[in-house]
Design a protein around this ligand. Structure first.
Ligand SMILES: [Zn+2]
Length: 446
């Protein structure tokens, strides 16, 4: 671990998480952005993620998964430009069972060694309630409150470390967004002008990406893998268009029914093809049936969680269409006073870092258009915990408290006088960066 060298001191950012890959979904873009602007960053994972799923049998076994994921952490951090990555040796899934004092002491020691200006971790909800995430949030927050106090963990001081108080602590925020991946896919499929043929790899990667995006609240879709026996009417002509289907296996015939009941086959769809997108794009009822000719498996995108009593046919009253509850999203953001970091210029790095976690996300970097990825992952949300913001406003940068003279000089030009600590602001935003933004700026991105 470097101590940052001598001379000009760049901004130092420390991310503390529970598992390899947490860092990307919490702050991958922000880390890439600040490192690109001269910051020195370190990512710590408390565990090797050895209890995670193995999503690629070619890459890991149950025995090797921890080791593989540790390497993936280092590789993913390289893609982000993060200079230091460290995997601790705690067992995945057990953090909440440990004596918190052990973790707090360990993270305090890391803080006193790396001496970050900014610390990032999960919020108390752990993103989506994962106990390891919730524990790492609590112990990192506690460590940030104690690391500057010379009476805390004096054995570390006798070992030569000095107390260090990080200027700021941020928790990741995952506001539930009402962004429909289904809508983006429909627009992409119908505007490209050519028929799309995906591979099973594409389908598998899209499923994983969509599941993760839904879990973290990036998107509001419901995604399912559904099986239909031969002869099943997957779509019925006349019913409301709700779902988008990606055919994973089997053959589907698109069949138009005449008023007298005669059936006319329009086309056949094979594995790797989407169906159902045209009526969704044009917002009209289904123009034809989609019938399983053999046993069929589909990836099904729904605008929300389907209910078992959804009606079928053109007289259906309950269709499962999405209800708009954007107001609750607005309120989540308004009351949290978040820091919203625009990381759209670093999406390719972020996707490369995700792909580096190949045991978890066996995906190709170019599988989806950049515009969709930017919408999904182009903003990262944080809540400043230390010091708590004085008023409820939205900020667009990490703004460490002013440093002593001599720590402002790392690499920025044209930084506005009123933002002395912005030396790590990205070049593209050096001029005219506004520290606070109207709510509308954030909501325009929903
Ligand atoms: Zn995790």
């Amino acid at each position: 671990m470097s101590d940052g060298g001598s001379g000009a001191s760049p901004l130092r950012v420390l991310g503390v998480y529970a598992h390899p890959d947490d860092e990307i979904f919490c702050a991958g873009g922000a880390l890439a952005k600040y490192v690109a602007a001269g910051a020195e960053a370190m990512v710590v994972s408390a565990t090797r993620g050895q209890a995670g799923q193995i999503r690629s049998a070619q890459i890991a076994t149950r025995h090797s998964l921890g080791q593989v994921r540790e390497q993936e952490l280092h590789l993913g951090c390289q893609h982000l430009g993060v200079q230091h990555s460290l995997c601790l040796d705690y067992a995945d899934g057990t953090l909440q069972d440990l004596d918190p004092a052990i973790l707090i002491a360990h993270i305090t020691e890391i803080i006193r060694r790396f001496r970050p200006d900014i610390v990032l971790t999960f919020g108390p909800d752990g993103g989506y309630g994962h106990p390891d995430h919730m524990t790492i949030s609590a112990v990192t927050t506690a460590a940030c409150k104690r690391s500057g106090d010379p009476t805390q963990f004096p054995d570390q001081l006798s070992a030569g470390l000095a107390p260090h108080q990080p200027a700021q602590l941020y928790h990741s925020l995952f506001p539930r967004r009402h962004l429909s991946l289904l809508d983006r896919l429909v627009a992409w499929l119908t505007q490209s002008g050519k028929r799309f043929y995906g591979t099973t790899d594409f389908a598998g990667a899209l499923l994983l990406l969509a599941e993760e995006a839904t879990l973290l609240g990036y998107t509001s879709d419901h995604i399912d893998v559904a099986w239909y026996p031969a002869g099943f009417y997957i779509i019925e002509q006349g019913e409301a268009a709700v779902n988008l289907y990606l055919l994973l296996s089997g053959i589907v015939e698109i069949v138009r029914e005449q008023p007298d009941g005669t059936l006319e086959t329009i086309e056949r769809k094979a594995a790797g093809e989407f169906f159902g997108e045209e009526e969704l794009a044009e917002r009209h009822a289904r123009q034809a049936h989609a019938v399983a000719i053999e046993n069929v498996t589909c990836l099904v995108f729904s605008p929300n969680t389907p209910t078992s009593f959804i009606g079928r046919g053109q007289d259906a009253r309950i269709t499962g269409e999405a209800e708009s509850d954007g107001e609750s999203t607005i309120n989540q953001i308004r009351f949290q006073a978040p820091t919203v970091i625009d990381v759209s210029a670093h999406i390719q790095q972020k996707v490369a870092a995700i792909a580096a976690h190949a045991s978890q996300f066996p995906l190709k970097q170019d599988m989806l258009p950049l515009s969709i990825l930017q919408e999904l992952m182009g903003r990262e949300f944080f809540v400043r915990v230390l010091p708590a913001p004085a008023k409820a406003e939205i900020t667009t940068d990490f703004l460490p408290a002013p440093h002593p003279q001599g720590r402002r000089d790392a690499g920025a030009t044209g930084v506005a006088d009123e933002t002395p600590a912005l030396h790590a602001a990205p070049a593209s935003e050096e001029r005219g960066t506004r520290r606070t933004m109207p709510l509308g700026w954030v909501l325009n991105n929903y």
